[in-house]
Each structure stands twice: as structure tokens, then as C-alpha cells.
Design a protein around this ligand. Structure first.
Ligand code: ZN
Length: 79
């Protein structure tokens, strides 16, 4: 059995937040990742390079906006 492992690019993001419900300061962190693989292509069909994949993952990490609530009990219920 052959297992193909694609190189993974990981970027971790951390946000310091203040809970909108109780005012407590807390932080959230999340790791974003993507792999360099033949299906991860540019618009022109060329396979993305490691630098391009890293730029994508970094943009995703920069755009991350976690909910400003410290816990489930502080998160407003929808509906
Ligand atoms: Zn809270």
C-alpha cells in the first residue's frame, strides 16, 4: 500500500479578545493548514508553490475573526 503524503504548510493565529457578554479577557488560537498538492492550483492551472500556499494560509489566518465570547454560556443563542 502506497501512501502519498503531501507537504503541509501550517500557520497559527492567536487573538486576544474581550468577551462581549461578561467582559473577561481571553485568547483564542487556531492553526490553519493547507497542503502543497497537484490540485491546489493557480487560476492559470499551474500548481501552487510552497510560497504561494503559505501566502494563502497566512491570509486565511489573518482574516480569522473568532467569536468574541469566552464560553458557550456567554455566546448568544441564535434564533
Ligand atoms: Zn464571557
Amino acid at each position: 500500500m502506497t501512501r502519498i503524503v503531501f507537504e503541509e504548510v501550517k500557520v497559527s493565529a492567536k487573538r486576544s479578545l474581550t468577551c462581549k457578554t461578561c467582559g473577561k479577557k481571553f485568547s483564542r488560537s487556531k492553526t490553519f493548514s493547507n497542503t502543497i498538492n497537484p490540485w491546489n492550483q493557480n487560476l492559470d492551472g499551474s500548481v501552487k508553490t510552497r510560497e504561494q500556499v503559505r501566502a494563502d494560509v497566512t491570509a486565511e489566518a489573518n482574516n480569522w475573526n473568532p467569536m468574541p465570547y469566552c464560553a458557550d454560556s456567554c455566546t448568544p443563542k441564535e434564533g
